[in-house]
Structures are given as C-alpha cells and as structure tokens.
Design a protein around this ligand. Structure first.
Ligand code: NI
Length: 225
C-alpha cells in the first residue's frame, strides 16, 4: 500500500484502487508544490465539512470522476453539485471494490463551507486482504476508540491528528494508539496554521517512549506500508 502525504490531513492511499482523503491542498501554502489538477482518485473520503478538509474535493472529483464517501449530509451537498457519492454514518460499514469501510466516531464539528450542516464528523477504518488502517479525521481522544480493536481487523497503521488546539495533541494521540492497539502512527493536522504548530522531536519522543513509532511525512513524500 502506497501512502502519499499532501499536507495537513490530506493523503492518497493506493492499493488496488486510489483513495484520496480530506483534500486541502490548493489553499495550503505549505503544499504549494502539489498540483491538484494532476491528482486522480477512484474515491475521495471526506471525514467532515470544513474548508481545511474539503477545499479540493470538487476539482479532484470532476477530474477523475471519483466517488465521494462521506456522511449522508456531505454526499447530498456534493450531489447538488452533480458529483457522485456514497453516504454513510457512524457505526456503518460497507464493502467497496477496494475493501471495507467502517465509519467510526470522531469527536469534532462538521459544517460545510457555505454553512450547511455536515452531519456527524467521521473516522474511517479501511480493511482489505492486504491491510487494515484507521484514518481518524479530526477528533479528540475518545474512549470510543477502544471499540475499534473489538469491532475491526487488527490495524497495521493509523493516521491520527496530533496538532492539538482543534483536535487531540500528540500526548493524547499516544493514549489513542493504546486504545486502538496500534504502534505505527502517521501524524497529521499539525503545523499548517499557527494554532497547531508542534515540536516534532517531542512528538516523536512521546511515542518512542512507549515503544511506538510516529511517522511525520514530508509533503509530497510517498511511503510504502
Ligand atoms: Ni481540520
């Protein structure tokens, strides 16, 4: 499985199909070297509504005829713009041609850029015969994360927000990694704005002290997991 980081909470994960998560690229100065017009995906997974997670959904969906997987409210909103989608909500799972998506709780808010209610903010657990991973979306640390190992296959890795202020910080993300029983964490939702700048070495050390790995990817970097 190839994972490419486009900054903030934007990732492309490619196996048999290409998935893009929460594309916020063209409005992110730190991701100015990424050309959104060249990005193609089979699916775009949108965890929740604000600009810093959806700004490039339309461009990528139009350029690649991608299917948007998100809350009922967000999929309906994009449907009004002529884009195709598949609606889900907390607790539900669905098997697609790339694997199974389970929607799990995220403790946050979700409003679309024009003020439309975005439904519940979502996290996604995605599994197939190759791998299982958790994309947490924007969330606080929550006890509900303990349900993931009880209800999903064993996680190979997880993408967790670590920037604090709007989501959990890295200290809470270490606890989250215990709750989800996963020792390989990719950090996201940090450094993009002044509110969420973090000390990379301190964050990595907090995980390393517990025998865990925190991966902080460079924007544009691709890794294989
Ligand atoms: Ni956010």
């Amino acid at each position: 499985m190839q994972i490419t980081y486009y900054g903030h909470a934007s990732f492309q994960i490619e196996g048999s199909k290409s998935l893009i998560f929460d594309p916020f690229i063209s409005a992110n100065e730190m991701a100015k070297d990424i050309d959104v017009a060249t990005l193609k995906a089979d699916y775009i997974l949108v965890s929740h509504g604000p600009q810093d997670h959806v700004v490039d959904v339309e461009t990528i969906a139009q350029n690649s005829e991608a299917t948007i997987i998100s809350s009922f409210e967000i999929v309906t909103w994009y449907g009004g713009k002529g884009l195709k989608g598949f609606p889900m909500n907390h607790g539900g799972k669905k098997t697609f041609d790339f694997g199974t998506v389970k929607c799990v709780n995220a403790v946050h808010s979700s409003v679309l850029p024009d003020g439309t209610y975005g439904g519940n903010p979502l996290g996604f657990v995605i599994s197939n015969e190759e791998k299982c991973f958790y994309f947490a979306g924007d969330t606080a640390l929550t006890l509900d994360m303990k349900l993931i190992p009880m209800t999903c296959p064993k996680l190979d890795f997880a993408i967790l927000p670590i920037g604090d202020n709007f989501t959990m910080g890295y200290e809470d993300a270490v606890i989250a990694s215990d709750f989800i029983e996963c020792d390989k964490i990719i950090g996201c939702h940090y450094d993009t704005f002044g509110y969420i700048q973090i000390d990379h070495d301190a964050a990595k050390k907090a995980f390393a002290d517990k025998g865990k790995e925190l991966i902080l990817m460079d924007i544009g970097q691709t890794i294989e997991l």
